[in-house]
Design a binder for this molecule. Sequence first.
Ligand SMILES: [Zn+2]
Length: 380
Amino acid sequence: MNGDIHPLKEYKGNRRLPWKVNTMTSGSITLIEQTGLDQHVAPFPKPHMEGFENPDRLRITLQYLEENNALADILTLKTPRATCDEALIVHSPYLVHSVELMSELGSGQLGESAYASESLLSTTLYALGGALLAADLVLSGSTEHTFALIRPPGHHATSSATMGLCFFNNVAIAARTILQEDNVDRVTILDIDDHFGNGTAEVFYTDPKVQFISIHEYDYVSFGLGHYRETGRNKGEGTNINIPLYEGAPDSSYRAAMTKIVAPAIESFQPDMIAVSAGYDGHYTDPIGDMALDSRTYWFIAHTIRNLVESLGIKGSFWVLEGGYNPLVLGPCVRSTIEGLKGDPLPTLEDQTKHIEDEDVVKKNKRVLNRVWRTVSQFL
Ligand SMILES: [Zn+2]
């Protein structure tokens, strides 16, 4: 670890894109992966919540994808290491400096459910590098869709606070970075993680160039954010779309959210690129999330994004891993996502069991979706 810690300055703009990949991809999808470069583990024994966010998530997922020949026609790249300065485009110097200092110390609490280890800084910088590369590859036209298989997640990190297993907001930093380029005026970020992407929402709440759409399990008691009445502020009014669903939401609720709200909202916004905060903790086996999805839902979401990219003439989409804490089903979920992006048919995978949808939850979610649409449609 580098022992020199320098005071960080505010971000002043004009970031140069550092990773120009000369090799064109053989297919239209590139996977960027971080295995072996993610030693950070919060200092808690399993099964404490922090213990679920560990290197097994990436290692077992990549192993599954390789063993099932899911990467046969996909270029796979190792994630490059970003720098602390690159995080400053979104985060305060205090936050970035805190991650540096606590990693030097080797432990300690940085925020609610955000604990340091001596590998925290390097793991977060490699994760950020993966998200930035994923965005750059699509921006440069090297590939149409990219997936950054990285950790730790980032969507709970606000501009000034780490929390919820998140330190640097990878997707927010990547989105704001590509917006520096002349040929990118608008970016849509779709967050499909089980939990509300409060950090990303906060970062772009007044920004008319970023449309943030989050489908999430709404915690009516403790979290306090993510309601559909939160629509953005000032110039960003109408660009924040929250789709809060009831606990236990099944496949049909997510499909309805994608078809009835997400697709028309993106069609109206006409982004140059789509970013996806790809959390898989809505899977029915997840130890932290409480939804009732399986890999079929993630295929549908990816397929919908692919169709939007084609029909609207968008440059492409980049996907950044967020949550998803059952490493045994992350593989099938990521595989389904890739198949959906490729335009391949829905695969039958081992996690897809026949389950009966809870009628009551489906009905309640229908009412929520109607209310969300009434709120959102006035801005479209
Ligand atoms: Zn989550």
